[in-house]
Design a protein around this ligand. Structure first.
Ligand code: AMP
Length: 279
């Protein structure tokens, strides 16, 4: 696996690969890599000829400076894991390499209501920062296919809006959530949970399954209420949201469109997110 830290080196290598007719796959990450990330790499390997991963903890998408400071940095382990999964190139830029013209966002992305909902209402400015970094990375890499995880469901919807607004010609491949056998979605944040909290955290997946099973049986309000009370009864200290929404725009489910349940909740001082498409 080739490791590069500058945009210049990245583009030199990629233009040679592209000239040779290779289809480029791209997996952006913030590092502290785990099996969930590796399923993105594996999917990218199957669907493209040359896989680029980036590891960059993007300061502009953190609304909480403390969360940014605490974000785990494991560059050496990340590189080993990527190499084991046959990633072709790892792009490891510094903040000044990523943002040569400064981190300040000059012109806001026009994302509409979706950036105010769910995650947006708890993390002001988060999705503007995500769009800023993904937009720049796409400029640098110019991939054929961008691979992102369903784990960050709202992020996928936001990026689709950004791609349309900026008329960026790239295919977005949504990779399903990879879970441990007990149902807990793999996440870099799980490392901060005690063994007991990790076990209790499986309630999120159980509730999502229950919501899916009972979608036609109970009202949306009843399903959300049941899930919230189950989550709180199983060791979570608070719930930011547990909402059944339209898959398309993430507004409250209208009962007709395809639905998705999304949740964010706190356990052991750690904020976990999860979701499931319901039909
Ligand atoms: P992050 O490093 O947390 O920004 O995540 C990088 C990418 O990996 C994002 O597209 C995530 O949605 C994806 N991802 C994280 N966890 C999982 C998981 N358990 N299953 C599938 N994709 C995931």
């Amino acid at each position: 696996m080739i490791i590069v830290k500058t945009v210049k080196e990245l583009q030199q290598i990629l233009s040679a690969e592209k000239a040779g007719g290779k289809k480029i796959g791209f997996v952006p990450t913030m590092g502290a890599l785990h099996q969930g990330h590796m399923s993105l790499i594996e999917t990218a390997k199957k669907n493209t000829d040359f896989v680029v991963a980036s590891v960059f903890v993007n300061p502009t998408q953190f609304n909480d400076a403390n969360d940014f400071e605490k974000y785990p940095l494991k560059t050496e382990e990340d590189a080993i894991l990527l190499e084991q999964h046959h990633c072709d190139l790892l792009f490891l830029p510094s903040v000044s390499e990523m943002y040569p013209n400064g981190k300040e966002l000059k012109k806001k992305y026009n994302l509409g209501r979706i950036e105010q909902l769910l995650e947006g209402s708890f993390r002001a400015g988060h999705f503007q920062g995500v769009c800023q970094v993904v937009n720049l990375l796409l400029d640098y890499v110019q991939p054929d296919i961008l691979f992102m995880g369903q784990k960050d469901y709202q992020q996928i919807k936001v990026i689709l809006k950004m791609l349309a607004e900026k008329k960026i010609d790239v295919q977005l491949f949504m990779v399903p959530i990879l879970r441990a056998t007990d149902g807990l979605a793999f996440s870099s944040r799980n490392a901060r949970l005690s063994e007991d909290a990790k076990m209790k955290a499986t309630i999120l997946h159980k509730c999502l399954l229950e919501t899916k099973e009972n979608l036609q049986k109970y009202s949306q309000t009843e399903l959300e209420k049941q899930a919230k009370s189950n989550i709180l009864a199983n060791g979570f200290t608070s719930i930011d949201y547990y909402s059944i929404c339209n898959q398309d725009d993430l507004e409250a489910w209208d009962g007709k469109q395809k639905a998705v349940a999304l949740t964010a909740a706190w356990i052991d001082g750690v904020r976990l997110i999860d979701n499931m498409e319901l039909n």
